[in-house]
Design a protein around this ligand. Structure first.
Ligand SMILES: Nc1ncnc2c1ncn2[C@@H]1O[C@H](COP(=O)(O)OP(=O)(O)OP(=O)(O)O)[C@@H](O)[C@H]1O
Length: 357
């Protein structure tokens, strides 16, 4: 059974999730005739949390590190400073993942540090969403390790009870529960998993909806919202937390193409919201706020507005990583080819359909 904690939320409407040996599947049609209490019981099966033991945090972790993973032709093997490991929240080490004959990830290694805003980019089908799901603990690697605050995760998040870090995944599709109202969607984990009075949860839902620029939509169903509004509701759901808890673990939020399908203005709103819920590792951060986040994106505006550091995934490996502004000036031949093929432009262009092969 999946564990539940704070604001971590992995709702899967019309989707299927594997959880250890248990396969969970839920479609909106499964829930449409149930009352709210029953529907919550039903939906509770598909929420899960990932947590790990606390360690001391510190440092900004923003140094650009070039990787020499698969390319030797570029200046990728620059001398690396000794690294401070105490601020590493998530580490993927030599991760491999195949689906049948398709070898998608072939030795992916990177670290997500306290306070970071990281983007994962790369050609379509290169495994960006797959590595996000592995970080979230929804998929386990075939080979390699995932460390959560220094502790090796064995299997999926549902397989163990560890505490100290919340990891939230915001799905590309927003993945709201179709049969629940906006209020029920946003407050879902608190209704289910906290001792907060219903009225207090309702107030908190309204507060979090206001934080993402939504007012008066609490009683609407997801089908009554635009695509951009759905994404904002999903964001509100991912940042809500139990305000009665004394200690709130830091949270890493993973966004899978948060601006896909949105027009430029709606994209900008979502990108700025992603920034606004980020604490940037401030010493006096508010509990419950997002400590670090990772965004999988094809949108240049998202890269420019919402991300500080980039990981470039290509043919199953991280072939380049560095600060966002360094990407456009990189000497890496693959990066340069992407720039030429995709006309890397500042605002709202996309390289989703391009190939660097
Ligand atoms: N559960 C699965 N079963 C089989 N194949 C899968 C599964 N998940 C992903 N794949 C395949 O793995 C490859 C990588 O998928 P993934 O969604 O991670 O790529 P991506 O880089 O995020 O692509 P895009 O940019 O188009 O969203 C694709 O070929 C996809 O079809």
């Amino acid at each position: 059974m999946n564990s539940l904690s704070g604001s971590l939320l992995l709702p899967l409407t019309t989707a299927t999730a594997s959880s250890g040996s248990t396969k969970i599947s839920l479609s909106s049609s499964n829930t449409v005739f149930l009352g709210f209490h029953e529907r919550r019981k039903e939906l509770k099966k598909v929420t899960c949390a990932c947590v790990a033991p606390p360690q001391n945090l510190g440092g900004d972790g923003f140094a650009a590190i070039k990787s020499n993973d698969s390319l030797k032709s570029e200046n990728l093997s620059t001398v690396r400073e000794p690294e401070d490991e105490s601020d590493v929240l998530i580490e993927c080490s030599n991760v491999y993942k195949s689906f049948g004959e398709k070898h998608i990830l072939r030795g992916v290694s990177f670290k997500i540090r306290h306070g970071e805003a990281v983007g994962i980019i790369g050609p379509s089908g290169t495994g960006k969403s797959t590595i996000l799901k592995i970080m979230a603990g929804l998929l386990s690697p075939d080979k390699g390790e995932v460390y959560i605050r220094g502790k090796k995760r064995d299997g999926l998040i549902s397989d163990e009870e560890i505490s100290g870090l919340r990891i939230g995944l915001v799905f590309q599709s927003a993945a709201l529960f179709d049969s629940l109202t906006v209020r029920e969607n946003v407050g879902f984990l608190l209704y289910e998993n906290s001792k907060m009075p219903v009225d207090q949860i309702s107030d908190l839902v309204t507060e979090n909806l206001a934080a993402v620029g939504l007012k008066g939509v609490e009683d609407r169903l997801p089908s009554e919202l635009s695509g951009g509004m759905k994404k904002r509701v999903a964001l509100a759901r991912s940042i809500i937390f139990d305000t009665t808890k004394e200690a709130i673990e830091p949270e890493v939020l993973l966004y899978d193409e948060p601006t896909a399908g949105l027009d430029p203005i709606a994209s900008t709103v979502v990108e700025d919201l992603i920034r606004s819920v980020h604490t940037k590792g401030d010493e006096h951060e508010k509990p419950g706020n997002i400590t670090s986040y990772v965004v999988v994106t094809h949108q240049h505006s998202t890269i420019r507005r919402a991300v500080d550091r980039l990981l470039f995934l290509y043919e199953g490996k991280v072939v380049w990583q560095g600060m966002t502004h360094e990407f456009t000036t990189s000497n890496n031949p693959i990066v340069q080819q992407v720039m030429i093929n995709c006309s890397f432009r500042p605002i709202n262009s996309s390289f989703k359909n391009s190939s660097v092969r």
